[in-house]
Write a protein that binds this ligand. Structure first.
Ligand code: DER
Length: 236
């Protein structure tokens, strides 16, 4: 199967394994792989899904839930979520992820941390040994607009990301604006700086004006990758 088939394979396998009848509160991530997650969940039947609540990680995720006719909920109604399933831009051997390719990583991290089980689904391109291997855009960082220039300067001249840049929109003049009305900076780091992702995460998070960082460390319990030969690789 091509890339779409690989995404579907990962999503279906993960849903079959981790979205069980007794799971009632389910977090739905963002991106182009999670539509296959929602597709597979709807195939579990309206009877079962009638008793479930689905919590979105942004506008796209919310529309997915609504269009699938599933019950929509809010994270402030359910402080603990049974399972959250989401995509990723890159996953290393220890299940650390770069996320935020879709500029949704703030709400994604809230639901990932709120879940008893957090599962990643992706195609084979995301399956890496170390972060930064394939995802060349760098680490996505959500920042408040007021502080973006200062954060850029600190990333470039203090934290070792000289090519950090403000993410510009494609179908709109000016920068990408997140569901939280913030900007996104993409900060590439060399392998020696990102080989310890959790300490890099802390350094970036402490910059004044940073809202959330697209490094998910020690959160995921398992990752499912669809491969080109129709097999699925599971990392846990
Ligand atoms: O922004 C994110 O982290 C999303 O999960 C996204 O990057 C996942 O990518 P996908 O479109 O390949 O599923």
């Amino acid at each position: 199967p091509g890339i779409e088939g690989a995404k579907r394979l990962a999503a279906y396998t993960a849903v079959d394994k981790h979205i069980l009848p007794h799971h009632k509160i389910i977090g739905i991530g963002s991106g182009s792989t999670v539509p296959y997650v929602v597709e597979r969940i709807t195939q579990q039947g309206t009877e079962l899904n009638k008793g479930r609540i689905f919590i979105p990680t942004g506008f796209q995720s919310k529309e997915l839930i609504i269009e699938a006719g599933l019950n929509l909920g809010d994270v402030d109604q359910f402080l603990t979520i049974d399972v959250t399933i989401d995509g990723a831009d890159e996953v290393d051997a220890q299940l650390n992820c770069i996320k935020g390719g879709g500029a949704c990583h703030l709400r994604e991290k809230v639901l990932a941390e709120a879940a008893k089980t957090f599962i990643i689904v992706a195609d084979y391109r995301k399956n890496g040994k170390y972060l930064g291997e394939n995802f060349a855009h760098g680490v996505p960082i959500e920042v408040v607009p007021f502080a973006y220039a200062k954060v850029l300067q600190n990333l470039r001249s203090v934290l070792g990301s000289p090519n950090a840049s403000l993410r510009m929109a494609k179908a709109k003049a000016g920068p990408v604006v997140t569901d939280n009305a913030n900007f996104v900076i993409d900060a590439p780091f060399s392998r020696d700086l990102i080989k310890d992702p959790s300490s890099l995460l802390t350094k970036i998070k402490l910059l004044t004006g940073v809202v959330e960082v697209g490094l998910f460390c020690n959160i995921a319990q398992a990752a499912y990758f669809g491969n080109q030969d129709g097999s699925v690789t599971i990392k846990r």
